[in-house]
Design a protein around this ligand. Structure first.
Ligand code: PMP
Length: 428
């Protein structure tokens, strides 16, 4: 079976042939590669071609693909039954793991995706504060719930539909947009909407407009503004959670949020999300409180088995973070060296094991500067790299993810292929 014949079949029965838009390669052109299997740092397409993978399922595979401990844990769980719709010990273990690793989280509720986690966190913040407006940042992506599809990043950005059809004005009206890394834009919104802001939500490291680190004091400034105005601070850690360090962005930047959302890594590759916070807030969630939120498959035993195995590994082996950060740093240095040697206008941003190459000479500090990247050049780079066996995100405004399965040889080979690709691009 070839990718080219699969995409024809797929397109006749699925919108764009995919179940999530970025996979269609719309942003970079060409036909998507269909994947058959993955192991460690590598993925293999249906024609058995091997690629070093920097998508890592968009973040969950922090230990690499097909990690033995996770796979074993899942296989064992399968033998016990797939779903019960009743409480299990695994859910308790999962909640204990997350609350023990992440600061300020007394209680957690499991859901099935990052989108669900954000949607529920926003409802909870509105209930807790009894206010309705939410401040979000231009270019930050928080999943596809209606109120967050306003100036969203990621696929919504790449496909140039920043505001989705089907989202009514009523939903958009309560979402106020500030500029990432611009504390004054947030201060202004608070002043103009006195007493009406329930929460500020953001990706503490923006990773859906490429990777953009928070400026010094930006997160602390948001914390202070929320406190002054009786609003909650929501960290959407669907990407940064358990990636920057075991405690996520709160620990990494030493700033506390009121509600934190998770996804990706906590599921070890299974469909999982979660939201948590301190007790007085979480006690508002049903059945204790009046914020209704439920899920037939929430806390699913197979998903919990995968997540528990992954989080346990991250908790017990903290040097994983040193290793993945070092690998990402080697990539960063290599790209920067190439840019200099080949006289290319590249900007490389990195936070921990999250990395992004922008084709611009500007420092990328917010969505405006991210958009200055030449996306046509990124598309060319992506194609050259793919042809050379390196799988990067098929869109500019995404992160490169490094996993613990990536080896020094992988990094060397990646840089070698990147140099080859960039030279070829330069020579037309
Ligand atoms: N928040 C952030 C920061 C994300 O990156 C994503 C997905 N990439 C989401 C929320 C939505 O998660 P999901 O795709 O699991 O719904």
């Amino acid at each position: 079976m070839m990718s080219s014949s699969l995409i024809d079949r797929a397109r006749s029965v699925m919108p764009g042939g995919v179940n999530s838009p970025v996979r269609s390669y719309r942003a970079v052109g060409g036909e998507p590669v269909f994947i058959k299997r993955a192991n460690g740092s590598k993925i293999y397409d249906v024609e058995d071609r091997e690629y070093i993978d920097y998508v890592c399922s968009w973040g969950p595979m922090i230990l690499g693909h097909n990690n033995k401990k996770i796979a074993e844990s899942v296989k064992k769980a399968v033998d016990y039954g797939l779903s019960f719709g009743a409480p299990t010990e695994k859910e308790v273990i999962m909640a204990e793991l997350i609350t023990s690793m992440v600061p300020g989280i007394d209680m957690i509720r499991m859901v099935n995706s990052g989108t669900e986690a954000v949607m529920s966190a926003l409802r909870l913040a509105r209930a807790f504060t009894e206010k309705s407006k939410i401040i979000k940042f231009d270019g930050c992506y928080h999943g596809h719930c209606d109120s967050m599809l306003v100036k969203a990043g990621s696929g919504a950005l790449t496909l140039s539909h920043p505001d989705s059809l089907g989202v009514t004005g009523e939903f958009a009206r309560n979402t106020l947009i500030a500029d990432y890394n611009d504390i004054e834009s947030v201060r202004r919104l608070f002043a103009e909407n006195k007493g009406e802001i329930a929460a500020v939500i953001l990706e503490p490291v923006a990773a859906n407009m490429g990777v953009v680190p928070p400026r010094d004091n930006f997160l602390a400034g948001l914390r202070a503004l929320c406190d002054e105005n009786g609003a909650l601070l929501i960290f959407d850690e669907v990407i940064t959670g358990f990636r920057l360090c075991p405690g996520g962005a709160q620990e990494y930047f030493d700033v506390r949020a009121d509600i934190v959302t998770f996804g990706k890594i906590i599921g070890g590759g299974m469909p999982v999300g979660a939201y948590g916070g301190r007790k007085e807030i979480m006690e508002l969630v049903s059945p204790l409180g009046g914020v209704y939120q439920a899920g037939t498959l929430s806390g699913n035993p197979i998903a919990m088995a995968a997540g528990i195995a992954q989080l346990t590994e991250l908790k017990e082996n903290k040097d994983i973070y040193l290793r993945i950060d070092r690998m990402a740093e080697s990539l960063e240095k290599g790209f920067k060296r190439m840019a200099k040697e080949l006289e290319l206008t590249l900007t490389v941003n990195r936070v921990g094991s999250l990395l992004c190459v922008f084709f611009t000479k500007e420092a990328v500090t917010d969505f405006k500067t991210a958009k200055s990247s030449n996306t046509k050049l990124y598309a060319k780079f992506f194609k050259h790299m793919l042809d050379n066996g390196i799988h990067m995100a098929p869109a500019q405004f995404e992160a490169m993810f490094v996993s613990d399965a990536h080896t020094e040889e992988d990094i060397e080979k990646t840089l070698e292929k990147a140099e080859k690709s960039l030279r070829e691009m330069k020579n037309g």
